[in-house]
Design a protein around this ligand. Structure first.
Ligand SMILES: *Cc1c(COP(=O)(O)O)cnc(C)c1O
Length: 231
């Protein structure tokens, strides 16, 4: 391996996350949200452990995964060494994976149907481990996407909180891929406000700055961190 290659790898590993943190800071200033705390969730799906460890070394602690199985195979060892890591489930959750999910994740961003709420609540009761949850809203009402439809969200949030004592802290969405995301983020903000929910999980690599300007409190960024930009 040439010295040049070694140096560029070293440079890469120390700066994976800092450009994103800087962009978040400038987006906050532009949106007049200097005082707000915005959580960056580093989405590490399909990313191998070495790269994840580089980001952990730089001090980052919040990570997102979209599959329970992959999370169980990658994270238990890392979490043993770094017990302050917080794992966020951002992908769809099948009810037969609830027990595993509750055993490894800290937050669930994809609570999207009654059956799942019921099974989660049972597991929370059984373990005493009540994970904070986001209700996922199918904000563009797309048939291929999961999530509760916007006009059923109020009722579903009440169902989760009142009937099942699920700690719902906010709403999550993924806007339609081919449209301007701004109006969808604004819509999610309105629904959250109506339901007195403080947290908004919205914004990915291509639109997290826009999401911040519309009130995001947690952004889920994967490829902008982990996919090499200097190739
Ligand atoms: C993969 C994924 C992300 C991150 O997407 P990038 O475009 O890589 O930033 C965010 N949210 C969800 C739900 C995802 O599945």
């Amino acid at each position: 391996m040439s010295l040049e290659k070694v140096q560029s790898d070293f440079y890469d590993s120390t700066s994976l996350i800092s450009p994103i943190l800087e962009t978040i800071e400038s987006a906050k200033i532009q949106a007049n949200r200097n005082q707000d705390r915005i959580k960056l969730i580093a989405v590490s799906k399909n990313v191998e452990s070495n790269k994840i460890l580089d980001v952990i070394k730089s001090g980052h602690r919040d990570f997102g995964e979209n599959r329970v199985q992959e999370t169980l195979s990658k994270w238990p060892d890392i979490c043993k060494k770094h017990p302050d890591i917080k794992l966020h489930l951002i992908g769809p959750l099948q009810t037969n994976k609830v027990r595993d999910a509750v055993s490894i994740f800290n937050t669930i961003h994809s609570l999207d149907r009654r059956k799942l709420a019921e099974v989660l609540a049972k597991e929370f009761d059984r373990t005493g481990n009540r994970l904070e949850c986001f209700v996922q809203v199918n904000i563009g009402e797309e048939s291929q996407k999961t999530g509760i439809s916007p006009n059923q969200t109020n009722e579903f949030v009440k169902f989760c909180i009142n009937e099942h004592k699920i700690p719902v802290i906010g709403l999550m969405c993924i806007p339609p891929a081919d449209k301007d995301p701004g109006p969808y983020f604004a819509f999610l903000f309105e629904i959250a406000k109506k339901n007195k929910l403080a947290e908004l999980s919205m914004g990915m690599s291509r639109d997290y700055q826009t999401a911040i300007s519309f009130g995001a409190t947690q952004v889920r960024v994967g490829s902008a961190i982990f996919v090499s930009r200097n190739k």
